[in-house]
Ligand binder design. Sequence first.
Ligand SMILES: [Zn+2]
Length: 447
Amino acid sequence: MKKNALLIKNARIIDPANDIDMIGSILIKDGIIQQTGGSITDSAPQIIDATGLVACPGFIDLHCHLREPGFEEKETVASGAAAASRGGFTTICCMPNTNPPLDNAATIDYVNTLAARESGRVTILTVGCITKNREGREITDMSELAGAGCVGFSDDGSPVSSSRIMVLAMLKAASLGLPIIDHCEDLELSHGGQMNDGWVAARLGLKGIPAAAEESIIARDIVLAEMTGAGLHITHVSTGGAVKLIREAKSKGLKITADVTPHHLTLTDERIASNPVKPEESPAFDTLAKVNPPLRSAADVEALIQGINDGTINAIATDHAPHTDEEKLCEFELAASGISGFETAFGVLMTLVHAGKINLNTLIARMTIGPSRVLINRFGRTGTLAAASPADIALLDVNRQWIVDKNNLLSKGKNTPFDGYTLKGTVVATIHRGEIVYRNSSPGIAQ
Ligand SMILES: [Zn+2]
């Protein structure tokens, strides 16, 4: 093998999959972890002294948008891969709402070819469409998509409104051993809505999207998953009621998993009305905080955090959704929904750790072994630092402060509501298959 051996030493090793939190070393050879522990005596030609840093499995993102093919002005597979690497991600799953959408093997092959070019720095997996052209009318040839290597099925950006079509899709997905990744939205209830339905929407005079628009479809799909035996992964959960439904379903032993985004865990609908960092520059309605599902209330945020802490929510997924400036610098009603999230995810989530709301080990679990297990049928060996696993590792400085500058993002999408925020916690280096693929060279802010 061309790859050299690498030794990371003096790190605080956090590997939730193996219940490890200790000071020690990780020995890597040929892209594979040889040994993780406190007493490694072997050396290596390349040594990283990680004193003061956390070493954990590379982050795994179940939900992102790389926009290629069709929307290369927003992002490309290459620019998205660079942004993911900087965010500490070593495996990412891209959603199929491209143009053309990933509803056939040829398009998935195309994205896989682009992904292969980036395979030196991040593993990119594809999600295939549930229905042809994401129209909700006819299911795709899911066997063919699975054959092309997709890791799950989703019409993300759109729900599958027909229960009958969803049943057909679930039966097929179950037979293939792959999950349905569910964007839950009742389009009749959300129709015309711009933000969370509640006091802030009323104050701003914007039409609201009720929690029920999400929860009614989650409830339906839990019932359908029970009927079909399908694995159901509910993505970007945003309401307290949704957490409750998922908790109840899991307690019945159903194969339900769920993820939540960094922004739904840290921002409320108030962020649309005011920007705490730049209050004077803040527009009346900040389109940078427009996202689907919408930012919810403080009570919802607390419920999501509780879901993370008690394991109801398996994973944190970025829903990285890059857009051009033109799509955000416009009237609120016309603005695109979404946040460019790879590069701020860890720093944003660390605000919850520093506030004492989530334990660091829990946070890392939800970004590593949690999402890995959602895809366990095919990708069970990621998300761990156990010997013989791929050497996918993030090195983190949990106390280093930095200021988000949207103009410095590697993503083409500069659409972040966190621009100007001071965050405490950063990715210092990302190692993918034993190679250092990202190193943070910018200085932190003295504390
Ligand atoms: Zn979605």
